[in-house]
Design a protein around this ligand. Structure first.
Ligand code: SF4
Length: 296
């Protein structure tokens, strides 16, 4: 009896020890590292503990880039489905609102192309996941069915159905330009003999324009100060306004021609930070860039 009790306690202790180490490893832990961190556990006891934790779905195995297998705490919601579906669902769930590319799913799951496509199709049919075509790329990205994709996928205020809403951008540039021009005119008329004051009083805080747009209900969509800043950056490139170091803007003197830079899609692109030649998101694969170049 005493021997049986001792073995049971020993199994529980082994599991607790393994679980504690895996829990502390945010990115998961490979077998070699786990072995070196549990020197007191005999090989068989360690393996039994791992098998038991995998069997009770407290842990999962994931493939890290480079093919190394890692143990991770299973944070995934359990779904009815095959083991492959559980793994793929877990990876998509982990990606949260940013979604995950098919290559990352293949690397993370170790499934071959055929298994992966079959599993994705099944999860889509069960309405557990959906695909999103992210802005700036033609490649599909996977996200949980009930999850709202974040701005880096949808493009935010300036995109509608993954299409750059140039009409909205042009309207906002025009409103900002007119507002600033009217302030400049007023500053000149109010201070006819003082160039310094004319200049100072023609500067406006961007928040003032954002407030004007909100109050006049010019847009049906909410416009944040960050969104307005992106519009102002385009207007600065266009040469219709200038911005000084404290962030205030003012209208430039009127010009006759409009620079093509006003419509460059990168100026309002939410994935500009991730866009590099040769990357998944790149100017070469970008439909907006192709269309813009074609329009020059
Ligand atoms: S080329 Fe410009 S618009 Fe296209 S993804 Fe890159 S930054 Fe965005």
């Amino acid at each position: 009896m005493a021997t049986i009790k001792e073995e049971v306690i020993s199994e529980l202790e082994s599991e607790a020890q393994v679980m504690q180490i895996v829990e502390a490893a945010f990115e998961g832990i490979d077998m070699d590292a786990l072995t070196s961190m549990t020197p007191g556990l005999p090989q068989v006891a360690r393996q039994n503990a791992i098998n038991s934790l995998l069997g009770s779905k407290k842990l999962v195995i994931q493939q890290a880039p480079g093919g190394v297998l890692r143990l991770k705490v299973n944070t995934s919601q359990q779904i009815a489905g095959t083991e492959e579906e559980q793994v793929i669902y877990g990876l998509i769930e982990e990606s949260k609102t940013r979604g995950i590319w098919i290559k990352e799913l293949r690397d993370g799951s170790g499934l071959n192309q055929l298994q992966l496509r079959k599993t994705l199709k099944s999860l889509e049919t069960k309405k557990l996941i959906k695909t999103i075509k992210a802005v700036g790329t033609t490649k599909k990205c996977y996200i949980l069915f009930d999850m709202e994709p974040d701005m880096s996928l949808t493009g935010g205020t300036f995109y509608s159905d993954q299409q750059l809403d140039s009409e909205l951008i042009n309207t906002l540039i025009s409103i900002c330009g007119s507002y600033a021009a009217s302030r400049r005119k007023h500053a000149i008329e109010a201070n006819p003999n003082n160039i310094q004051l004319q200049r100072e009083e023609s500067y406006i805080r961007p928040q003032e324009i954002a407030q004007f747009i909100t109050e006049k209900r010019i847009l049906n969509v909410p416009l944040s100060v960050e969104d307005l800043d992106r519009i102002l950056e385009v207007a600065v490139l266009d040469g219709s306004i200038e911005r000084r170091a404290d962030g205030k803007i003012r209208a430039c003197a009127p010009r006759s021609s409009i620079s093509p830079l006003v419509s460059v899609p990168c100026a309002v692109c939410p994935v500009v930070e991730d866009c590099r030649p040769g990357y998944v998101i790149s100017p070469q694969s970008c439909d907006y860039m192709k269309n813009w170049l074609a329009s020059l």
